[in-house]
Design a binder for this molecule. Structure first.
Ligand code: HEM
Ligand SMILES: [Cu+2]
Length: 659
């Protein structure tokens, strides 16, 4: 229907043309490389069909890092464009596309996959389990996320990018003002990825409730497990709202309904409300697991039990409840009564209370601790002051009357980057440095890590601090240029220089991964940080069955107490039993592919073809229903042998690495 073939490839922009060629060459190169080195079989059987939470976690992390490159390039392009007044590096349309894809990719395909990746790898280990509750569903979640990400990312070379902002407000995002198919990519790709995320939420709620090892009561769970649990509940509560909103958007854009158009009897504010009913909780979905990782990392390197554990738990529960009650603060200026605005002002400010409790708990954990200044701890230390700037400016924005001044300015952009980068990206980096040895069997280099740290933190502040002042001076967000008379030029230039330093920091991380993969010491023992929680009780790298016999927990920081009380007995042969594990399956990746294909056809509004392709989804479901594979057993002898081997060398790394 409607779409002409000559609109299939995006043409006419030299930048995009160059990337089209670049992407084509990279793809061909990668496929040729895999074929030449005969890696297809390995990739298929070890990774693409895996249901192992650890491998799925690592693939999520890879996706997040690659998407960070894409989203980061978008960010740099915007900074390049606004570095000087009246620049014409990007035109208005291209700028609209770039801030839209940047925002969507950073939130949904960088922050989410990196966090869910770490959750996948760590949570089953932290609770002493062999996998998540539903391993196949977990693989399906992953492949739907990849499918959505791929669909969203090709928009800029095929069909055209969405350009109505990551919020995609109506009427702008509707057919009338966005007649091309760009915004269909938003509706369809996020629908597919969102379905995957919803399944992850369900999976982790059940995993934490049902799969904890003996003795691990709720109040003995490590903080990362707690926050991931609460995040999963928020996912289950809020993602269905987004699902509905996106479905209505697709109906409006593709099938001519009018849920969100006033002229047809709909309401554009309905979209704004539905979007933020999901969108605000989404912010807590990403920030809570990050808080949890920091809590575990800070208590490890301060070498103390987390201060105020109970108040931490109460705070995250409070935050999760409040997160559902604040969404209107995103549109104080869009015609609510004073009473409504006051209500949402107050609920928003109330979030500062549990958040403040957490900040003080982290500080008190460090107080009088013998702090080890590892790279992971550096990120945790930098988090506190930088995140507080984000939090305090958030309270400023929460004052509805004052928001009439701040709304839609670069002040807001600076605020949420001060929340998202220190509050989510710093902790993710901390988590990567911290859990990397468990994931890969070697540590990331600490010296290159410090370069990564300083460049990134300094670059971040130089980029975003000026934006507060620009915003207060009246610089609006989402504007592709400004005149020289505004006087914004100098601060904009400083901010652009900052983004280059920031990019150099990220490059240092990529280099660190490359360097460490080649040169790092492989002989690090299973507990290189002298850590506190159960994931460190496993072999490094972790056996596919995680624990030969499931550990029993009596206290918070279980592993720490086991070490202190000499309870790390060598495993005896009669303690070992056969272990049952699920088999690999091709169905999840197949579902990702068919969802991607039918999604692609739906984006182009070839609805009949999309319907036919969707039969492939039904076929996948049918195959799954008749799949009687019962999994496989790992034999006692095999377990005993591997366990005795790694246990001989266990813990010898401790002294060298935590100094
Ligand atoms: C890595 C360096 C980054 C740079 C240089 C950067 C830069 C920018 C710029 C210049 C804008 C748009 C300003 C305007 O309205 O004209 C923006 C918007 C945005 N950024 Fe970033 N950013 C970065 C990282 C991130 C991260 C890590 C996240 C989230 C986890 C993020 C989320 C967003 C969102 C949601 C928007 C709003 C998009 C919209 O207006 O629809 N950014 N960023
Ligand atoms: Cu909000």
């Amino acid at each position: 229907m409607g779409i002409k073939w000559d609109e299939f490839f995006v043409t006419g922009d030299p930048l995009i043309f160059a990337s089209q060629i670049g992407i084509a060459l990279t793809l061909v190169g990668a496929l040729a490389g895999i074929t030449y080195f005969k890696k297809w079989n390995y990739l298929w059987s070890e990774w693409f069909t895996t249901v192992d939470h650890k491998k799925i976690g690592i693939m999520y992390i890879l996706l997040g890092v690659v998407m960070f490159l894409r989203g980061g390039i978008d960010g740099l392009m915007m900074k390049g464009q606004t570095a000087v007044p009246e620049n014409d590096f990007l035109n208005a349309q291209h700028y609209n596309e770039v801030f839209t894809t940047h925002g969507v990719i950073m939130i949904l395909f960088v922050a989410m996959p990196l966090l869910i990746g770490l959750m996948n790898f760590v949570i089953p280990l932290q609770i002493g389990a062999r996998d998540v509750a539903f391993p196949q569903l977990n693989a399906l979640s992953f492949w739907l996320t990849v499918s959505g990400a791929a669909l969203f990312n090709i928009s800029f070379i095929i069909g055209g990018s969405p350009d109505a902002g990551w919020t995609s407000y109506f009427p702008l995002a509707g057919k009338e003002f966005s007649p091309g198919i760009g915004n269909n990519f938003y509706a369809v790709a996020l629908q597919i990825a969102g379905a995957g995320t919803l399944m992850t939420g369900i999976n982790f709620v059940v995993t934490v409730l049902k799969m904890r090892t003996k003795g691990m009561t709720l109040m003995k769970m490590p903080m990362f497990t707690w926050t991931s649990f609460i995040t999963s509940i928020i996912i289950v509560a809020s993602f269905p709202i987004f699902t509905v909103a996106l479905a209505l958007m697709t109906f409006d854009r593709t099938f001519g309904t009018h849920f969100f158009t006033i002229s047809g009897g709909g309401m554009d504010m309905l979209w704004a409300n539905l979007f933020w009913l999901w969108g605000h909780p989404e912010v807590y979905i990403v920030v809570l697991p990050a808080f949890g990782m920091l809590s575990d990392i800070i208590s490890t390197f301060a070498r103390k039990t987390l201060y105020g554990y109970k108040s931490m738990v109460i705070s995250i529960v409070m935050i999760s409840v409040l997160s559902m009650l604040v969404w209107v603060h995103h549109f104080f200026t869009m015609g609510n009564s004073a009473g409504v605005n006051s209500f949402f002002s107050i609920t928003t400010m109330a979030i500062a209370i549990p958040t403040g409790v957490k900040v003080f708990n982290w500080l008190f954990t460090m107080r009088k601790g013998r702090i080890k200044f590892t790279t992971a701890m550096f990120w945790a230390l930098a988090f506190v002051p930088n995140f507080v700037i984000g939090g305090v400016t958030g309270v400023m924005l929460a004052m509805a009357a004052a928001d009439y001044q701040y709304h839609n300015t670069l002040f807001l952009v600076a605020h949420f980057h001060y929340v998202l980068i220190p509050g989510v990206v710093f902790p993710i980096f901390a988590g990567l440095y911290f859990w990397w040895p468990k994931m890969f069997g070697y540590m990331l280099n600490e010296k290159i890590g410090k370069w990564h740290f300083w460049l990134f933190v300094v670059g971040f502040n130089v980029t975003f601090m000026p934006m507060f002042f620009l915003g207060l001076d009246g610089a609006v967000r989402r504007a592709y240029t400004y005149s020289a008379e505004t006087g914004f030029g100098p601060l904009m230039m400083i901010s652009a220089v900052g983004s280059v330093i920031l990019a150099a920091g990220f490059a240092a991380l990529v280099y660190n991964i490359y360097w460490s993969a080649r040169n790092a010491d492989r002989n690090i023992g299973n507990d290189p940080w002298d850590a506190r929680t159960l994931e460190w009780a496993t072999a490094t790298p972790v056996q596919h069955y995680n624990f030969a016999s499931l550990p029993e927990v009596t206290k918070l920081d279980a592993f720490w107490h086991m070490k202190k009380n000499d309870q790390l007995q060598p495993l005896t042969e009669d303690e070992i039993e056969e272990i049952h594990l699920p088999s690999n399956t091709w169905i999840p990746i197949y579902m990702g592919v068919v969802f991607g294909i039918s999604g692609f056809l739906l984006v182009f509004e070839w609805t009949i073809a999309a319907g036919i392709a969707a039969l492939g989804i039904l076929a996948g479901l049918a195959f799954r229903s008749f799949d009687y594979d019962e999994g496989f057993h790992v034999h006692k002898d095999e377990i005993f042998e591997t366990e005795s081997n790694w246990r001989k060398g266990a813990n010898k790394g401790v002294k060298n690495h935590v100094s």
